[in-house]
Write a protein that binds this ligand. Sequence first.
Ligand SMILES: [Zn+2]
Length: 238
Amino acid sequence: MNQLELLWELQKHEKHLGLLKEKLENLAKSSYIETMTLKMEDLEQELSNRKKSLEENNKLLRKNDSTLKELNFQLKEIEKELYSGVVTDIKQLDYMDKESESIKDSINELELEIISLMEDIEDIRMEIEKIEEEHRENKERFKETTIEYEKLTDELREQIRKDMDQIYNVSSKIEKELYEKYNTIKNNKRYAIAEVIEDECSGCHVIIPTYLLDKVKSREEIIQCENCGRILFSPVHP
Ligand SMILES: [Zn+2]
């Protein structure tokens, strides 16, 4: 490989390295892991809220159950007295009758409340189940993706390391002055070597004069484009 071909090799590896670094940066920027972590925290919060409201509803249900028992007991007592024949005073009987009706109303009301409460509890239970299922799936997916993400990052790092080794190897074989020239053009023009395609400099699209074309194709000398100053490289080599 002569000096020109080494330069061409160098540019290829540098371009490749640039692409790899960009990929690595994009991977870091997409921050899937961060988004996913936030989402899972949200779900956990939601789950804890639902569990709290389930607990409150259960407490209320227990309280209503015991009130219902109490009311049923009171009703029984009144009815026992009412039909025992012990009380004969009409006014008192009337009062007890009204009392018993009022307790019956309260019992009906409470029973409806209990039914609605039980329905709510069932709904919350189902919601909790759904959230837990989603959370489980997310955790599973998150684990898989994290492994994939790390694998991809490791692969990119490994390729970057290889490119850097190759860049070091190639550039150490290039003469110092030429290497400096290459870097100067690169700094000014983004890339230093332009391929000649259909007799044009692919860097600036100016036609290369015939007297230079043969020299470029021979790859024996370092020829710069008269217009943009890039070093010309012919992909076809006779
Ligand atoms: Zn040019």
